[in-house]
Write a protein that binds this ligand. Sequence first.
Ligand code: HEC
Length: 133
Amino acid sequence: MRTASKHCCYLLASLLLVACETSVEAPYNPLVDYEQLDPATIFATPEPQLSSSYTTEQLSRGRYMVGLLGCGSCHTDGALVGDPNSARLLAGFSTGIAYTSPFLDDDPGVVFPANITPDMETGLGSWTMERLV
Ligand code: HEC
């Protein structure tokens, strides 16, 4: 009988502990939802489009920089989840990237890598050099 009441005490004590732990609301920690993604297009860059405003040298330098800095690993659909759509290189990604700031303790924000192709309507085609830089 004595062992049974001892077990009862342990059970009550653990229930109390669980109840106490769950009643304290911890601030949201975005790292709980963090998932390491595997960029798959670090060096995948589309062929530059020939343009009368830029020399071949400028275009190949731009392509080199875009490849080197891995722009496609965020700005290409599917790239952040290891399944890049090679037909839509640099045309944007519909999956958002969450971010937080050490200065704010509210929920993280989400940004979506934009279409950075030279398309006039959906990309950067209409941007001036000043706006881009
Ligand atoms: C880590 C992921 C990541 C990488 C790598 C990256 N970007 Fe971005 N980029 C983003 C996100 C996310 C946005 C949208 C930010 C926002 O909405 O405030 C963005 C926005 C932009 C924009 C603004 C587009 C618009 O329509 O407003 C340009 C231009 C851009 N990126 C160019 C580049 C270039 C060039 C590179 C390579 C040197 C690059 N990005 C690499 C994530 C990335």
